[in-house]
Write a protein that binds this ligand. Structure first.
Ligand SMILES: Nc1nc2c(c(=O)[nH]1)N[C@H]1C(S)=C(S)[C@@H](COP(=O)(O)OP(=O)(O)OC[C@H]3O[C@@H](n4cnc5c(=O)[nH]c(N)nc54)[C@H](O)[C@@H]3O)O[C@H]1N2
Ligand SMILES: Nc1nc2c(c(=O)[nH]1)N[C@H]1C(S)=C(S)[C@@H](COP(=O)(O)OP(=O)(O)OC[C@H]3O[C@@H](n4cnc5c(=O)[nH]c(N)nc54)[C@H](O)[C@@H]3O)O[C@H]1N2
Ligand code: SF4
Ligand SMILES: [Mo]
Length: 773
């Protein structure tokens, strides 16, 4: 296999102590992307701390960042492929694993055709340079529409709204944290999560700076989260009602003559009058019983947002994973626009991604716009969105007999058995498959169903650049890290695994020998196609150049794989060197020479250049969004009468479902507990430290109770990603603090129809006391 770690030593500084060196590496665990300084002695990591010279994170790190060492050393982390034999996973050599993958896929294709293969991509693939550059090759090679991912249990609504309004699913405005005077956060808890769709290392510090300079923080959350505790004001909203609250703010902005987008935005704004019409009936009084927020508060907040020198509204998972996720995201943009805060410092701005930004491609100011529904799921007829189907539809597609039934599954960095709705049903479905292959570092609740597991090297053995997440950064920065530790002999890099899997999928059904599929060939083909595309694209800065010359420049020093592709993205990006045309511009060498990152400055206004709508204007009342407003109306009375509902929460020392095998992170008080308000506890006979049975339409779990006034009455909270200790998994630490899986309770039928995203917050439940144990 191709060796891609050849430049690993280039930024390492040898210290005075013999055999000791320092490596710099961006943390890949969450969206903050903190710079890490890693001390390595005799090829063992001895210390990880924040890189004080990192241009973006300035030394900030959370408790998870330093555990990349424990993750690397975790004896349960897979180093060799596993094959399931007689129901048990056994270690095998790579060649044997590949032969098994080839056999398995070929068998399914022979019996059922290509339409029977599906893929699921999980969250860590959004942070992996290998996956960013090669996962597309893999999904194309599958040759079906059956793509599923964690996006439809996460941010898809935010992307769909942005796509209709601004033209691409990556044109998502981010709150200009460092310059704003007023920040309103809905459904996000950056003190635990460190932010999402807002790449901002030390988000908490940036929030504290707002208050230190005399600004205001308002947090809208049914829980008094850690972030709410730091806020000037906490609004304990009823789960699922954020779209109504924001619509009421829009109503007030129009009614009280406060709506003023500003001249430059207004010059490219469609739909202002339609939005005014739409908002008429959503007065603060009309929605008050549904949101649980009194009308005077809503009015005051609208006036504060309009009156602040600058203000920005930011909303995340507590608003996107609800039945009105897309509408809530639309309303966030609407409020930012109407208060004159879109595209200006201190408001909501667009990043200018240094590499690979969708919003920097194609003709500026206009584009094809956005459509969904190129294909529908077989069973529930749910539309395709951004090239994928809802994760919550996967189990149906496997279990329901008939033509086109899914019979094989490829998972990459995903744990859908803990992360997607009605997970018991999905576990049953996975057992029913003819063949499953997983690219993953653990034998866990999902991969235990796989016939073959292909483990990539550890995070510290791989290079890094956040192609995706830097598209949502609060500054324009670029930071590349080479691998900190060398890859073991014979261990393929993650991109090589993905490329080879793609090749086997393409060749399945032919009599090609799997041993002949060399990732280097797929890489060569892919880069040639990318270069060809760039020189033929009249919007590219290298339009008309000689592809051979470009390819030779990219391949200098034997650069290959993700690094070579990243170099192309950097050089053809908005700050790029355009292969000599702009000699001081960015390229990979610049980033290698600047291992603490390169700062390209604060966000700058990007209107109208950023727009990619067919009209070349902001579509504030896109017909697809408008068509769903009657459904929002219909929810007012239902939400007003809502009984007990379940929401989630995150903890700083946890990371979705997969960092629970790291002792230093999970030790201490069990985190997977049910938060209950004292009034509800009294009424239901629940006691602190006792157990409760929580039941929804689709399932039930038993969890320890924590009585706390930090939650709104009528709401209980359980974190997701737990429920370990299942037979056939190999997560010894996690099994000791197994917790329960909250997605046993979430309903696969409940979704935001505009984006196919599951409702994970505001789940109707009943809660019964079980006594103490
Ligand atoms: N109820 C409820 N459910 C939720 C949420 C919620 O708030 N509430 N949140 C949702 C959100 S936002 C998300 S993003 C999803 C996450 O859902 P998923 O992406 O499905 O799950 P993760 O827990 O991130 O699991 C990541 C998997 O990748 C593996 N892994 C880790 N690093 C690597 C790597 O470098 N390479 C490879 N190949 N594998 C790796 C891990 O072992 C694990 O199996 O969960 C969603 N589910
Ligand atoms: N430590 C840690 N960090 C993480 C992760 C992790 O698992 N652990 N996961 C990463 C991932 S994949 C993501 S996507 C991000 C997510 O980052 P965030 O969006 O900040 O996610 P949470 O911390 O879960 O905060 C969501 C908040 O929404 C609230 N909420 C629930 N329902 C509603 C509602 O209907 N309305 C409103 N207004 N609020 C509601 C919850 O009480 C909770 O406080 O975090 C990332 N960072
Ligand atoms: S905040 Fe996120 S990126 Fe920073 S150290 Fe923690 S897990 Fe890593
Ligand atoms: Mo996520």
């Amino acid at each position: 296999m191709t060796e891609t770690t050849s430049n690993a030593g280039s930024v390492h500084t040898e210290s005075a102590v013999a055999g000791t060196r320092t490596a710099l590496r961006t943390c890949p665990l969450c969206e903050a992307g903190c710079g890490l300084e890693i001390t390595i002695k005799d090829e063992q990591v001895t210390r990880i701390r924040g890189d004080r010279d990192d241009v973006f994170s300035h030394g900030f790190i959370c408790p998870k960042g330093s555990t990349l060492k424990q993750l690397h050393e975790d004896p349960d982390r897979l180093r060799m492929p596993l094959i399931k034999r007689d129901g048990e996973h056994v270690e095998v050599e790579w060649d044997e694993a590949w032969a098994e993958v080839h056999r398995g896929l070929a068998g399914v294709i022979e019996r059922h055709g290509r339409g029977a293969i599906a893929s699921y991509n999980g969250n860590p693939s959004a942070h992996s340079l290998s996956a960013i550059t090669f996962a597309r090759m893999l999904s194309r090679s599958i040759g079906t529409r059956h793509h599923y991912s964690a996006s439809t249990v996460d941010q898809m609504p935010r992307q769909v709204a942005a796509a209709y309004i601004f033209g691409t699913p990556l044109s998502v405005p981010v709150p200009d944290l460092d310059r704003t005077d007023y920040l309103m956060i809905l459904g996000a808890n950056p003190y635990a999560s460190n932010g999402s769709l807002c790449t901002a290392p030390d988000f908490p510090g940036r929030i504290e700076a707002i208050r230190a300079r005399g600004g205001k923080l308002v947090v809208v959350d049914p829980r008094r989260s850690r972030t709410a505790e730091e806020a000037d004001e906490w609004l304990a909203i009823r789960p699922g009602s954020d779209a109504l609250f924001l619509m009421a703010i829009v109503n007030v902005l129009f009614a009280d003559g406060l709506a003023d987008p500003g001249a430059s935005v207004e010059a490219v704004l469609n739909g202002l009058d339609e939005l005014r019409e739409l908002s008429l009936s959503f007065t603060p009084e009309a929605v008050a019983s549904a949101t649980g927020l009194d009308s005077s508060t809503t009015r005051r907040i609208a006036h504060e947002l309009a009156g602040a020198p600058t203000a920005t509204v930011y909303a995340r998972i507590g608003t996107t994973t609800t039945e009105f996720g897309t509408t809530a995201s639309w309303m966030v943009d609407a409020v930012n626009i109407l208060t004159g805060n879109l595209d200006r410092p201190g408001g909501a701005m667009f990043a200018m991604p240094v590499a690979g930004g969708a919003s920097t491609k194609g003709p500026s100011g206009t584009g094809k716009g956005f459509q969904i529904g190129r294909g529908h799921t077989r069973v529930r007829h749910l539309p395709e969105v951004m090239g994928e189907y809802p994760a919550a539809a996967l189990a149906d597609e496997i279990l329901e007999p008939g033509d086109g039934r899914v019979r094989a599954l490829v998972t990459v960095a995903g744990n859908p058995v803990l992360s997607t709705p009605n997970s018991n049903r999905l576990a049953t479905a996975l057992e029913d498959l003819d063949f499953m292959v997983s690219v993953d570092i653990y034998l866990n609740e999902t991969t235990r169903h796989a016939d073959v597991i292909l483990p990539p090297p550890s995070q510290l053995q791989r290079s890094h650049y956040d192609v995706l997440l830097l598209q949502f950064a609060v500054r324009n920065v670029a930071n590349y890290s080479p691998p900190a530790l060398a890859i073991q002999d014979g261990q393929p890099d993650e991109w090589e695994i993905l490329a080879k899997l793609a090749m086997l999928l393409q060749r399945a059904g032919t009599d090609a020998d799997p041993a002949d599929a060399d990732p280097a060939d797929a890489d060569a083909e892919a880069i040639a196609a990318l270069v060809d595309h760039a020189v033929n694209d009249d919007c590219s800065p290298i339009h008309g150049r000689d592809p051979e010359e470009i390819l030779a420049m990219l391949s200098a020093g034997d650069r290959r794989g993700p690094e070579r592709m990243l170099d192309l993205m950097l050089r053809t990006g908005p700050f790029g060197d355009a292969f000599g045309a702009n000699p001081d511009g960015a390229n990979l060498q610049l980033l290698i020479d600047n291992p603490h990152g390169v700062d390209f400055g604060p966000l700058e206004p990007r209107l109208p250049e950023i727009l990619r709508t067919p009209s070349g204007r902001i579509e504030l009342a896109a017909p697809e969004l408008v068509a769903d407003v009657p459904r929002l109306h219909g929810a007012i009375s239902r939400l007003s009468g809502q009984a007990m509902v379940l929401v989630g929460r995150r903890h700083l020392r946890s990371n979705n479902s997969w960092m629970h095998n790291i002792e230093v992170l999970v030790k201490g008080k069990p985190r997977c507990s049910l938060h209950v308000h004292p009034d509800d506890a009294a009424e239901l006979g629940l006691v602190h430290g006792g157990y409760a049975k929580v039941t929804s339409r689709v399932g039930s779990v038993e969890a320890p109770v924590e009585v706390t006034d930090s939650i709104r009455p009528g709401v209980v909270s359980l974190p997701h990603g737990w429920g370990h200790g299942v037979e056939g998994t190999r997560l010894r630490v996690a099994a000791e603090r197994a917790g329960v899986n909250s997605n046993v309770l979430t309903d696969h039928n409940a979704m935001d129809p505009l984006s196919g995203t599951s409702v994970l917050n505001g789940i109707p439940v009943t809660v019964e006391a079980l006594g103490t144990r």
